[in-house]
Design a protein around this ligand. Structure first.
Ligand code: GRF
Length: 200
């Protein structure tokens, strides 16, 4: 699921070109019909769909339309790659343990938006990115992989973002492979318990 330029999506597509990679990208869905990533996916011969929020009365209706599209296409795992929309708790539960996200910070630090600005404002010495399971709480699920970089004395938002993005492209394919080939099973078991507790 994407909303924009799709560079993480491209990194995943590139990884799947290796015949030994344990997953394939079967469908790319965007909530923005003009997302640049859609064109990249099409050029790779990957099916794409876009759903405009305006066509749906509620968040639930929107998310359930995506859910149905995923089911209709026999999708097994969902990778959020710059999908700039908060998903409903119902959708998160439907894909619990089967949906991951890439977030540009060392979670649990700097959740939400503008993470590079947040890191600079906080005077962080280290920054990076995290691939995590998606749960109903924003940027909160268990972390599968992280990459850490040093914040340099003269770093600005742009420079930091570029160095973090290079790490995102490295760890996202690796984390998806871990999930697809069964290396996250123990973590998934914890996840169901945690989600049940937080719902209570
Ligand atoms: C990335 O920085 C990702 O961590 C965040 O949104 C951005 C998406 O970039 N969730 P791209 O569309 O993958 O290039």
């Amino acid at each position: 699921l994407i909303s924009g330029r799709g560079s993480n999506m491209s990194a995943l597509i590139d990884a799947t070109r290796n015949p030994d990679y344990p997953a394939e990208i079967a469908l790319v869905i965007s909530n923005k019909p003009d997302a640049a990533g859609l064109e990249i996916a099409r050029k790779h011969g990957i099916a794409t769909l876009s759903f405009s929020q305006k066509a749906f009365e509620t968040r639930d209706a929107f998310d359930q339309a995506i859910h149905k599209a995923l089911q209709d296409n026999a999708i097994e795992l969902v990778a959020l790659a710059g999908f700039m929309r908060i998903l409903t708790p119902r959708f998160c539960q439907q894909w619990l343990g089967r949906m991951i996200n890439i977030h540009p910070s060392l979670l649990p630090a700097f959740k939400g938006l503008d993470t590079h600005a947040q890191a600079l404002a906080a005077g962080a010495h280290a920054h990076g990115c995290s691939v995590h399971f998606v749960t109903p709480e924003l940027d909160d699920g268990p972390v599968i992989l992280q990459a850490r970089i040093a914040v340099l004395p003269d770093d600005d938002e742009e420079g930091l973002a570029a160095r973090v993005l290079a790490e995102e492209h490295r760890i996202y394919p690796e984390a998806l492979a871990m999930l697809a080939d069964g290396r996250c099973e123990a973590m998934k078991a914890t996840l169901s318990n945690t989600a049940l507790v937080s719902q209570a």
